[in-house]
Design a protein around this ligand. Structure first.
Ligand code: FHN
Length: 470
């Protein structure tokens, strides 16, 4: 049996024990009301690539990478891209950062390579975050990377070309409601007073809608638009106007779950992974440390092992994992972050069959259970997750991703279909593993004593019939 062996770096092994805690970001609950999309045939067609892809790179990049979590010599608590809000920085002061934005090391091809080396299948970048600054040339607001900075280069154009060259899908995050630079945008109450006194539609008509039109007209095919924090978007036809723009300009472009209505898939809360499989298409946006935009004092990276577990966990529940990096003001994705992603990519090269294009688990008992007598602060039963293994499926195949190496045998959960063959994905020769039946009827798969990979190994089990019957 010839195994593909991966380096057992400490980082690779770490994390599974320590890092299953979701990052708490203290954002208002109103920012995360999932809007389940109605099923329809056109939507299912649009979603085909999304269901295959499973893993994407999120990039939060903008002026906030310059202060990197510090304002006037003081650390500002919270996520890096919120610094303007958290420190209540007046627009006239914050916008001066644009004159200092000169990311001379920015290399679109290098970023695309990072995504592809990690095994990611799409890339989503902040075209405009809540601070209102656009990473693309815009005719409707000169507060953009081409007109307002010494860099004068359209970041999105360069990324779009690099993605086209290297065949990676590209999507744009766009903060449709919050815009702290605009007197009528939502969110900036320190310069412009309360949101309910603003002419919000004036902002939508004059900036947000025309900018979304620019994004869908000037950068080739856009795989998805990632709207966010849909404050005040449920009034009248506000959300529908954006959806109509998307449908008119790029029929195949997906809309995420945070527009306020009309999404193609559901977005979970930040870093939130559901306990159980979730129906329909969905995605978990997640940080690789604790911030989205670069913060110089946050190097608490998730380990490759932790990322592999989360990816597998999400995919086994039917979702996609959109994992974020925050490049520096010079345009560089932090080196440690790149190394971690590369390690994930090496694992996926060997074990990707168990991830891409797979369906959710037909079991469920492996995920955990609700504690009989434990309630959380909101009075809900507490879910105690189990992390020994996860399962994904393709017709006639079950992929058991083992995070805990069993001593001799792996006992398959009960199902009726006869098992025809089992092998390790890490075994280049795909030698069949010995199968036995235990007294209780469970099929036992004999596994080698030494595990090929220190974090996770995949046993592919082939069965009769396309679907598991229990
Ligand atoms: O406020 C934003 C935050 O800065 C970041 O962009 C995340 C990514 O999901 N979305 C919002 C909070 O949920």
């Amino acid at each position: 049996m010839k195994f593909i062996r991966l380096p057992a770096s400490a980082a690779f092994c770490a994390g599974l024990l320590g890092g299953m805690i979701a990052t708490s970001l203290r954002l208002s609950a109103a920012d995360h009301q999932p809007v389940p999309p109605p099923a329809d045939a056109a939507r299912e067609q649009r979603l085909a690539w999304f269901h295959e892809a499973k893993f994407g790179l999120f990039i939060h990049w903008g002026l906030y990478a310059i202060p990197a979590g510090e304002w006037k010599g003081r650390p500002v608590a919270g996520i890096g891209e919120w610094i303007m809000n958290r420190a209540q920085i007046p627009v006239r002061e914050y916008e001066q950062l644009a004159a200092r934005f000169n990311p001379v090391k920015f290399d679109a091809d290098a970023w695309v390579r990072v995504a592809q080396d990690a095994g990611m299948q799409y890339l989503v970048i902040t075209s405009k975050h809540h601070d209102g600054f656009a990473l693309f040339e815009s005719k409707v607001s000169s507060y953009n990377v081409v007109d307002a900075t010494p860099f004068h280069r359209d970041v999105l154009k360069e990324l779009a070309r690099a993605c086209e060259r290297r065949n990676l899908r590209l999507g744009f995050y766009y903060s449709q409601a919050q815009d702290w630079h605009e007197p009528n945008g939502a969110g900036n109450t320190w310069d412009f007073g309360p949101d309910d006194k603003k002419d919000f539609d004036q902002y939508l008509r004059a900036k947000a809608e025309p900018q979304v039109r620019e994004l869908l007209s000037n950068y080739g095919p856009v795989c998805l638009l990632w709207f966010d924090t849909p404050r005040m978007m449920n009034v009248g036809d506000r959300a529908q106007r954006f959806a109509a723009l998307v449908r008119t300009l790029q029929l195949d472009c997906l809309i995420d779950g945070r527009l306020g209505a009309e999404g193609d898939y559901q977005s979970t809360g930040d870093n939130a992974i559901p306990d159980q499989p979730m129906a329909g298409a969905w995605e978990t946006p997640a940080t690789i440390n604790h911030t989205w935009g670069f913060k110089q004092d946050d190097d608490d990276w998730k380990s490759p092992g932790e990322i592999i577990f989360k990816l597998t966990d999400i995919v086994s529940k039917g979702g996609n994992y959109l994992l974020n990096v925050g490049p520096t003001a010079e345009g560089v994705i932090p080196e440690r972050c790149v190394e971690i992603l590369r390690a994930v990519g090496r694992w996926l090269k060997v074990n990707g069959d168990a991830i891409y294009g797979t369906g959710r688990t037909p079991f469920g008992e492996e995920l955990g259970d609700y504690a009989a007598n434990l309630r959380d602060g909101a009075g809900k039963p507490v879910f105690l997750a189990r992390n020994d293994w996860r399962c994904t499926t393709k017709p006639g195949k079950l992929y058991f991703i083992l995070f805990k190496w069993q001593r001799d045998n792996f006992a398959l959960p009960h199902f009726k279909n006869p098992v025809t063959r089992a092998y390790l994905l890490a075994d280049l020769e795909r030698q069949p593993l010995e199968l036995r039946t235990a007294k209780d009827g469970a099929v036992l798969v004999a596994i080698p004593r030494t595990q090929p990979n220190p974090v996770a190994n995949v046993i592919c089990v082939e069965i009769e019939g396309d679907k598991v019957e229990r």
